[in-house]
Design a protein around this ligand. Structure first.
Ligand code: C2E
Ligand code: CA
Ligand code: CA
Length: 484
């Protein structure tokens, strides 16, 4: 009994004491309630902290969450001295596929830990999703951020996990972007991701950086370039020609090369024609074509090396429509110093379809020069047999769709046989395009189609590359020629 109760009891007697006891018991209950509430408050604070951790951290890797970054980004002063690094593991999918998702998760946790350990005070690591991590750097110039990105890529390279006795390790690619003062977080991530895309395009395991100026062209690569990007590329002489060899697979030697246009960017990225050729050849953009001299250069690089070799060039509908004098000047330039039959112009049927009469006339003019004409992608468009006669083509290039699956119980053997017979009757040469496998090549050889082009035999590469190799014979396995 407390001193207070004794004193109260002494003063007021038992009856009064009983009334006071009730009050005291109520008092005690209230005290217990308050203590309970306090405990609840402590629990709520802990729960709140747990929830905050959940929203502020990624639950798999314990890197910071996107949400956290968004708030941090909004809180920090964007004055042009901050940067974003986007890191993506190369070939991460194969970890999941090869070792299972648990191993994949474990690997990501290790990587996150290693990256976080590498982070300095003004660097915040967060997980963007999947195998993508970002690092937000405050108060760093772009070149220092790029240096940091190289370190982070190295950290990934140096990190491994052991899965059932197998050491799993991956390389990484990174994109770095300076954060513009007016940018929000999404913008910053977008630009860093653009740079990352460039790193991946370059083969991965490297770092690419972007600043405002190169960005426009980087975006163009994804969405298709605009006319002014292409004009700029031409001005900077980034539009060039690669070549791909065409082989006689019986003799095992190259008979020609086809020039294939490429956009080689200043960062070394090579853009395929699918991204820009349509814009280039649309007639309203006449000034967007590379100069004829670029093609003449290719012809001059190969034909004099070997007078058995021809150079094939793709011509567009636009070329058919230009004034006769321009085409004749082009023909003269192309064939200067060469046997004119060393020049082949390849035309897709669709390019001639708008005005076949005009096409026939222009082709005749080229032929009169001694230049040979090839009908390209035969089998894709209308593939009108009359057209073969009409255009008096010298060569027909069979589209690769007829080759797919040959030797594997698929493919169009029947059509290929018929075309082969037709070529003999009508007197044109046949080239099989897009030969990728030895089975395809073997079937073509069985049918009697001995001229071929494709990745199996040689990929499109720079002029210098093929100039050094064009006279080398095909590997014995790829031709009918018997080795001595
Ligand atoms: P094309 O004239 O049919 O050129 C052959 C295309 O097939 C090239 O694509 C070549 O890289 C690709 N190729 C070669 N071997 C294989 C193979 O084994 N498998 C597969 N899947 N593909 C193979 P590229 O260089 O991307 O050119 C695409 C098209 O762009 C060309 O098709 C041509 O129509 C057009 N093109 C290229 N350069 C020029 C040019 O200078 N002027 C014009 N007007 N068009 C061009
Ligand atoms: Ca072609
Ligand atoms: Ca073709």
């Amino acid at each position: 009994m407390s001193t207070l109760t004794i004193i109260i009891g002494l003063l007021a007697g038992t009856a009064a004491l009983t009334g006071l006891g009730v009050a005291l018991r109520q008092w005690q209950r209230r005290a217990e309630e308050i203590a309970g509430l306090r405990q609840r408050q402590v629990d709520l604070v802990a729960e709140n902290a747990r929830l905050m951790r959940m929203v502020e951290y990624d639950d798999l890797t314990s890197a910071r969450s996107r949400r956290y970054l968004r708030e941090l980004f909004a809180r920090t002063r964007q004055d042009g001295s901050n940067a974003m690094i986007f890191v993506d593991l190369d070939e991460f999918k194969s970890v999941n596929d090869g070792f299972g998702h648990r191993a994949g998760d474990g690997f990501l946790r290790r990587i996150a830990q290693a990256l976080r350990n590498e982070c300095r005070e003004q660097e915040t690591l967060f997980r963007h999703g999947g195998d993508e991590f970002c690092i937000y750097l405050q108060g760093v110039p772009l070149d220092a951020a790029a240096e940091r990105a190289r370190t982070f890529v190295q950290v990934v390279r140096d990190t491994s996990v052991d899965v059932s006795g197998v050491t799993v390790r991956r390389t990484a690619s990174a994109g770095v972007a300076r954060i513009d003062p007016k940018q929000d977080m999404m913008g910053a991530l977008y630009y860093a991701d653009e740079a990352l895309y460039a790193a991946k395009q370059a083969g991965g395991n490297c770092v690419r950086v972007t600043e405002g100026e190169t960005l426009r062209s980087m975006i163009a690569r994804r969405t298709g370039p605009r006319a002014e990007d292409l004009a700029e590329a031409l001005r900077r002489e980034e539009i060039t020609y690669y070549v791909q060899p065409i082989y006689d697979t019986r003799a095992g030697r190259a008979v020609g090369v086809e020039a294939l246009i490429r956009w080689v960017r200043s960062d070394g990225d090579v853009v395929l024609p699918a991204k820009f050729i349509d814009m280039m050849t649309r007639s309203q953009h006449r000034n967007l074509s590379p100069p004829d001299s670029a093609l003449v250069e290719v012809a001059q690089s190969f034909c004099p090396v070997n007078d058995q070799l021809y150079c094939a060039f793709n011509i567009s509908a636009q070329m058919l429509e230009r004034p006769v004098e321009d085409n004749m000047a082009f023909a003269s330039a192309l064939t200067r110093g060469l046997n004119p039959s060393q020049v082949v112009l390849e035309l897709v049927e669709s390019a001639a379809i708008r005005n076949p009469a005009r096409a026939r006339e222009v082709l005749q003019q080229f032929r009169a020069h001694g230049i040979r004409i090839a009908l390209d992608d035969f089998g894709t468009g209308f593939s009108n047999l009359e057209r073969l006669q009409d255009f008096e083509v010298d060569i027909v290039k069979i589209d690769r769709r007829f080759l797919r699956g040959l030797g594997m119980g698929q493919g169009d053997r029947g059509i290929l046989r018929a075309l082969h017979a037709l070529s003999r009757d009508m007197g044109f040469a046949l080239i099989a395009e897009g030969v990728e496998t030895e089975q395809e090549l073997q079937v073509l050889q069985e049918i009697g189609i001995h001229t071929a082009q494709g990745y199996l035999l040689g990929r499109p590469e720079t002029v210098d590359y093929w100039q050094a190799r064009i006279n080398q014979p095909l590997a014995p396995g790829l031709c009918l020629r018997k080795t001595a």
